[in-house]
Design a protein around this ligand. Sequence first.
Ligand code: PMP
Length: 356
Amino acid sequence: MSTPQPRANVAEIPPYVAGKPPTVRPGMTSYKLSSNENPYPPLPGVIEAVQAGVGAMNRYPDMGSAALYAALAETFDVPAGHLSVATGSVGLIYQLVQAFCDPGDEVVFAWRSFEAYPIAVTAAAATAVKVPVLADGRHDLDAMAAAITDRTKVVLVCTPNNPTGPAVSQSELDAFLARVPSHVLVVVDEAYVEFVRMTDPVDGIATYRSHQNVVLTRTFSKAYGLAGFRVGYAVAPAPIAAALRAVSLPFGVSTVAQAAAIASLERRAELFERVDSLVAERTRVVEALRGVGWDVPEAQGNFVWFELGDRTLDFAAAADEAGIVVRPFAGEGCRVSIGETEANDRLVAVAAAFTR
Ligand code: PMP
């Protein structure tokens, strides 16, 4: 008897491996450094705003998220019509591919990069074109430009790159954009933009203003510490933003998520002080790791990358023993989030003691 069959390439969708929670060990505090989360809980004012919305959870949220659009428009000085909010910025990646790709169209991105890219691309029946990152974890923008064909509809530029860490500079991005045909959409995934400290950083807003084919995706999950609420936003020229809103999941951003995001935008100064301390911790950790002989790539996000090859799972096990859970990519390396000071100290100690 025949049964309903999903589209053939659904079986090819790679699994998303979520960061493991820490192993519970008696008498030992364990830390989760496996999902690039923010170790700080939401600010009290954010929790109050959320609590005020809970009583109305028998109702659907404002589907148009009008107050959130207004707050984003004011914060970033862009028209509300140039924005699209979604269920996390991963929701935006899905919407971008869905709105711009016919089956078989190509989406070019660096690899290894954010693991949701091949999932979203394959889920939309589009074709993933993976361009290996350079030895130092940077995007190979020359090779990415060369990979563009007549079938390419979208290019994803992940900066800083998850999981390897380096960011693209504005001059590198400008040179790349000059090589991309104007009908190809360039998505600049800025999930970690608030953590970037480099010379010549990308000015995403200026870049989208001067290009008809550039869209920025950003998130409340990292710098704003709201990963559990699932809110992301795109900034794009009006027709692109409209296409994203057209394919969006109805009511995809809950009432409490909207409230949390708005209250966090109002408290950006305080939240960005926390980002500064995480960046200071990142600097401390990277210097300590280099001091004990690790050649870690430049870290511009809230995480550090260890290239470990076939020792990857051994390193993850050693970290687990020390009460920190990291994110292993078997055969490649481990990505470790910058977390609480104690957690970061343990990471440095594990790395110092690990014989490669
Ligand atoms: N882009 C990148 C590069 C990421 O690392 C992540 C989260 N790990 C996301 C997008 C998605 O984040 P969210 O859906 O929580 O906004």
